[in-house]
Design a protein around this ligand. Structure first.
Ligand code: BG6
Length: 507
């Protein structure tokens, strides 16, 4: 056995529905294993995996071991450590559409309480497709497993619905049995260290906040570019598309954090209220305005880093005439005092030339150019880039005089890397969020009203795109920066997309 784990935390049973699925295998178990290595799991902790598949305790552990070997941040250090983790894993084969399964689960949990001589915290993680969320919530509720407000939490992950209506149905089913304070809606972007650092940058440093507004900022662009294609997820992605997959959740979260007002305190109530205030202030886009404020794309065949890749429509399980967008760009406006007149551009896409997620804050031009025209040929407004991945950091681009007798200005960069500064690897977003769930801290989770507001904002775009299939798909080659329409979208205001701030190593 390893040394004892966190004895401060109450005993916890982590009930994992969908234990045999990809999410559990690729993300949840590797994160739990890393928490175990850090001794961050409660001293009395157990995973109860539930699924229909034919596993037992031993074969499930073997299955997870492979997932951990492939996806864990740190390797399994030795056999003894693995065995001590594996003995915390249990498996119950069950059909979650059968009410009897929940009665058995309730019995097993009660027995565990007895064995531990006390009431354990119960985390019900629904790592299943979302169409099962309502059945699961009902099953848990009817077996009496939701009613202990302080001891039972339920975790759900995107996609939280396919549209506003289906989100409301899921929410209703959850709310019927659980209180809002018991529901943890995951958006894994909120667990990324740099995403949390947006708040540290803005509110722990007095130098940024005074210029963080329409008087000094020209525009803000949020990019999430991926080189990967749809991989093995076409079954899901065909119905989702880039707007639902990335914008409805992750990119709007980033927008909230970069644009919200300062919170009074760093806690779940305040932060979620401020994020929600921002959602309220986003100017709605009507169906008539979709052509002006939103652009969509789908990748055709092309080259990524010297490798030829197929078109989206040629990927497995993708319809040959698919109307699913693999790229989208939006221009949003925020109607409040701070941001009036500052456009926010959001873009995301698969099969783009590089992996880069970042927020670029472009400052305004100097009000008066005192240097001779010959000096300022390369003049560019200052830019602050918050880099989320692949390297986490901050880049400040500004003008400097080039050494030499002539007065020539050139853009230069100051780079800050979290890894170099702190000399330690960041935990993954799942580690952070799973730890928070077990602590009962909902700060980094999304409240129902925010998810609903995000759906409300995007519904006109989804409706227009669904009823008017794109006639130009595929409209960008894999390995390029997306369709022409996205260039047109930003060119409306005389601007253009800023190149990502890759370091030499990444570029
Ligand atoms: C997921 C999307 O939510 O986020 C994926 O479904 C996307 O399509 C992924 O690739 C990006 O997350 P990360 O953490 O890998 O940048």
């Amino acid at each position: 056995m390893m040394e004892s784990h966190s004895s401060q935390q109450p005993p916890t049973v982590f009930v994992l529905f969908g234990a045999g699925g990809d999410l559990a295998w690729r993300l949840i178990l590797p994160a739990l294993f890393n928490l175990y290595l850090d001794k961050s799991l409660p001293q009395q902790w157990m995973l109860m995996g539930i699924d229909r598949q034919d596993y037992d305790q031993h074969s499930l552990a073997q299955h997870y071991r492979k997932g951990i070997q492939q996806h864990s941040r740190r390797p399994i250090p030795d056999e003894k450590t693995w065995q001590s983790f594996a003995q915390l894993l249990r498996y119950h084969q069950a059909d979650i559409t059968d009410p009897g399964s929940y009665t058995q689960l309730a019995k097993a949990l009660a027995e565990q309480d007895k064995a531990w001589h006390g009431k354990a915290e119960r985390v019900f993680y629904l790592a299943t497709p979302p169409f099962l969320f309502a059945d699961l919530a009902n099953g848990l509720g009817e077996a009496g497993l939701a009613k202990e407000r302080q001891h039972a939490r339920v975790v759900v992950e995107k996609p939280l619905g396919h549209n506003l209506e289906s989100f409301c149905e899921i929410n209703q089913a959850l709310n019927h049995h659980f209180e809002e304070s018991q529901i943890y809606r995951m958006d894994h972007f909120l667990g990324k260290e740099t995403v949390q650092n947006i708040l540290a940058l803005r509110f722990a440093n007095p130098i940024f906040e005074p210029i963080w507004n329409r008087r000094y900022i020209d525009h803000i662009a949020i990019t999430a570019a991926e080189t990967l294609g749809v991989e093995h997820r076409a079954g899901y992605y065909e119905r989702a598309g880039a707007l639902r997959d990335m914008v409805q959740n992750h990119l709007l979260q980033l927008l909230c954090l970069v644009a919200m007002e300062p919170p009074i305190a760093f806690n779940a109530y305040d932060l979620r209220d401020r994020r929600m205030d921002l959602m309220h202030a986003i100017r709605p886009i009507t169906e008539e305005e979709v052509g002006r404020y939103a652009a969509r794309g789908q990748y055709g065949a092309g080259w990524i880093r010297g490798t030829q890749v197929p078109a989206y429509r040629e990927e497995d399980e993708v319809a040959p005439d698919s109307n699913t967008e693999t790229y989208c760009a939006l221009e949003l406006h925020i109607d409040n005092w701070r941001w009036q007149g500052v456009p926010f551009y959001l873009r995301t896409g698969k099969r783009l030339p590089v992996d880069a997620s970042e927020i670029s804050i472009r400052f305004q031009e100097v009000p008066h150019q005192a240097f001779p025209a010959s000096a300022g040929l390369n003049a560019q407004p200052a830019q602050l880039v918050i880099r989320l991945q692949p390297e986490e950091g901050i880049v400040l681009r500004f003008m400097a005089k080039q050494p030499g007798p002539q007065l020539i200005l050139r853009p230069v960069e100051m780079r800050f890397s979290y890894q170099e500064a702190f000399q330690t690897a960041s935990p993954t977003a799942y580690e952070t969020l799973l730890w928070d769930i077990m602590q009962g801290d909902a700060t980094l989770f999304t409240r129902a009203d925010q998810v609903e507001a995000a759906w409300r904002l995007l519904m006109p775009i989804l409706n227009v795109w669904e009823t008017n299939p794109a006639i130009d798909f595929p409209n960008y080659h894999a390995g390029t920066w997306g369709p022409e329409t996205a260039e047109v979208l930003i060119a409306h205001s005389g601007r253009s997309w800023l190149a990502p701030s890759l370091s030499e190593r990444e570029g």
